[in-house]
Design a protein around this ligand. Structure first.
Ligand code: 6R9
Length: 665
């Protein structure tokens, strides 16, 4: 079944060759694969030379105590120096680093020279607060320039940061502060979200009442919204008081390549979140190289925009460290894509002449749902390259993205990676690879990835299994903060000497890799393994469906029954709302139509037992659907941990629709 359905997804196989102009000037050519294949470590040693080292490494990889890797261990460097100072020293001080666009429409363009002054001041301020190399700093901020400055200032003084997504609750923040034993919290009074100021500081105040957060000595607060803010004397200090009065001179100190750079928490399926630890030299080498190779960045002419939140690893690697180490000019946008109107992103692309856009499938599907006419109102002709990350992108959304955003000419690079991998691992190269809608395709030069079966044997082309990484890579996580054993158990115990990513994948007949979602999400229906991604993809290929989330719910007859939650496209949803009041049968008709559509696409076994139209789906900061919560709903259980949801009211909405679902049985 699984192979047949993959064949189905591929049956309309389309490929797009790289545009000739891009290929002719591409930063990276096919030769890179050859070089890396001939000498993988030599290849990475060469990439490390993209950086400015205070003391150049003579060692590349130390793998004497696997899976605890050391890369470039005898080298020394400063990350902030690499992201800011060296560009100014190279005469690029007047180049814009950040075009900031606030949600209310306020803007600021910050040059590399200005950024250097700000980062230096902030580094001096943190030092005045007593922060020393090795101390942890929690950052709980909206998407504003000070957030980037705060991260770089921490890196500059060797204080690992732990960025906590601004949408998380006081509880989630407290747990992360406790686990990292943070000394300082950097926050803001609030940020703008959906047209309104949304407070952040109260969550910090609440978090710091929890036991185990006594390690926090100071709270540094940026004034963004100007809203009323409670104040704890002796602990809280305004950014504009403390940072402003510092000197804009600061001498960066070089740190060991293996000095910790940051901790970023990812929610485990169970138990407490895992603090993924990244270090300095290997991380910066790989984010810098991949940003150069995958996005083909020409720093003198491109305007790059990654729409991710900095609270997600994508914001760390592809807003802060990758682009800035390469001297990019980039857009930083504070708000949501539909405020004050659904064309806001396209307006920004037009305004700044964005050439490279990196976003997530969930956002692309939202734009599809709002309608093709919205991007059509803007001039998007500056775009020359589009990227996707965070989830498998269904071929439907891929093709829409290329056509309606990319003017049917731009390559789309589907980039697979994880918080744990630190940087992109599997992706087409835009000047080399013929792209295929829906597939992340090939490991990057210097990366060893494959698909294996239950017994760790590599599967042949055309077959499916588990995605594994077979060789260490420079930006790999070094451990889980404070828990080496959990690092071993989580990633290195399923297959011997292989990093298991937790994702299911398949190789097609060309050997290209297709990601099929988390293996925990694979459904077992009457003895068949069915991937949630495939059923979702089939649903979204129906013209009335904008987005779909599929889960397997325990079923006495079939082990699991396929349960689908669908968001309808704007027009279909409007029609649906009208008829729904009049007759429950009309909804039944649509549900039948969708079930038949899936059966036709993937075979009768994959036909969902229940389909429930909903207005929203529960998502994480990176737009990943929290299927675990939908499984709770489908199985009529109390909801599990909802602290990593971006919007907790979504689940109430879905639950309120449930009676309709039961009557579908
Ligand atoms: C960067 C990021 C990691 C998980 C990963 C996988 C999914 C990310 C993907 C993708 C298919 C892609 N994922 N990119 N699946 N195609 N291009 O998302 O990090 O938040 O840690 O999530 O996201 O399941 O294992 P993170």
């Amino acid at each position: 079944m699984s192979n047949e359905s993959l064949a189905n997804l591929l049956k309309e196989e389309r490929r797009f060759a790289p545009p000739a102009e891009l290929a002719a000037r591409a930063n990276v050519t096919a030769e890179a694969y050859e070089q890396a294949k001939a000498d993988r470590l030599g290849f990475w040693a060469a990439q490390a030379r993209r950086l400015s080292w205070a003391s150049a490494p003579t060692e590349t990889l130390d793998w004497s105590n696997p899976p605890f890797a050391k890369w470039f261990a005898d080298g020394k460097l400063n990350v902030a120096y690499n992201c800011v100072d060296r560009h100014v020293e190279n005469g690029l001080g007047d180049r814009v680093a950040l075009h900031f666009e606030g949600e209310p429409g306020d803007t600021r363009s910050i040059t590399y020279a200005e950024l250097l002054g700000e980062v230096s001041r902030a580094a001096n301020a943190l030092t005045e607060l007593g922060v020393q190399a090795g101390d942890r700093v929690a950052i709980y901020m909206p998407m504003i320039p000070e957030t980037v400055v705060a991260m770089l200032a921490c890196a500059r003084i060797g204080a690992p940061h732990s960025v906590v997504f601004g949408g998380f609750s006081a509880d989630a923040l407290a747990t992360r502060i406790q686990d990292a034993d943070a000394r300082v919290v950097i926050t803001a009074d609030g940020g703008y979200r959906r047209g309104k100021p949304s407070a952040l500081k109260p969550a910090v105040d609440e978090a710091l009442t929890r036991p185990g957060t006594e390690s926090v000595r100071s709270v540094l607060v940026v004034r963004r919204t100007g809203q009323e803010t409670a104040w704890t004397k002796g602990r809280d200090v305004w950014w504009h008081d403390l940072v402003r009065r510092q000197s804009d001179q600061h001498t960066p100190q070089a740190f060991d390549a293996e000095h910790p750079l940051f901790i970023l928490y990812t929610s485990g399926t169970t138990g407490k979140p895992k603090g993924i630890l990244h270090t300095t030299g290997g991380y910066l080498t790989q984010v810098s190289y991949t940003h150069h190779a995958v996005f083909d960045l020409k720093p003198e002419s491109d305007v790059y925009w990654c729409t991710a939140d900095v609270g997600w690893v994508t914001g760390h690697s592809y807003i802060v460290y990758g682009p800035l180490s390469n001297g990019a000019t980039e857009v930083l946008y504070e708000g949501t894509p539909d405020t004050p109107h659904q064309g806001r992103w396209w307006e920004i692309v037009q305004k700044y002449g964005v050439t490279i856009l990196y976003t997530a499938p969930t956002a692309i599907r939202a734009c599809m749902k709002w309608g093709d006419d919205i991007p059509a109102k803007f001039d998007l002709s500056s775009l020359r390259l589009l990227g996707s990350v965070g989830e498998p992108i269904n071929p439907e959304a891929w093709v829409w993205y290329r056509k309606h955003i990319g003017g049917d000419t731009t390559p789309v690079v589907d980039t697979w990676w994880q918080t744990e991998t630190g940087a992109i691992m599997i992706s087409p190269l835009p000047g080399v690879t013929d792209t295929k809608p829906g597939s992340a395709q090939v490991p990057l030069p210097g990366i060893a990835a494959t698909v294996v079966d239950d017994d760790a044997n590599e599967v042949p082309d055309g077959a499916g299994g588990y995605l594994v990484l077979t060789e260490p890579w420079p930006s790999m996580l070094r451990t889980i903060w404070g828990d080496d054993q959990r690092y071993l158990d989580t990633y290195w115990s399923r297959f011997k000497n292989r990093y298991f990513a937790g994702d299911g994948a398949k190789k097609d007949d060309d050997g290209d890799i297709w990601l099929l979602g988390r293996v925990d999400d694979v459904m077992l229906v009457s003895g068949h393994n069915i991937s949630t991604t495939e059923v979702e993809s089939a649903l979204v290929s129906h013209p009335k469906v904008a987005e779909a989330a599929v889960v397997g719910a325990t079923d006495p007859q079939t082990t699991q029954a396929i349960c689908a939650f669908v968001i309808l496209r704007q027009e279909a949803a409007a029609a649906e709302a009208k008829v729904e009041a009049a007759s429950a049968d009309a909804e039944g008709d649509l549900v039948e139509e969708l079930r038949a559509h899936v059966a036709k696409q993937l075979g009768p076994i994959a036909k969902p037992k229940r389909i429930l139209p909903v207005a929203e789906l529960p998502k994480t900061r990176s737009g990943k659907i929290m299927r675990r919560l939908l499984r709770d709903v489908a199985e009529n259980r109390a909801l599990g941990d909802v602290t990593t949801l971006t919007d907790s009211s979504v689940m109430e909405l879905i639950q309120s629709r449930l009676p309709a679902a039961s009557s579908e049985d």
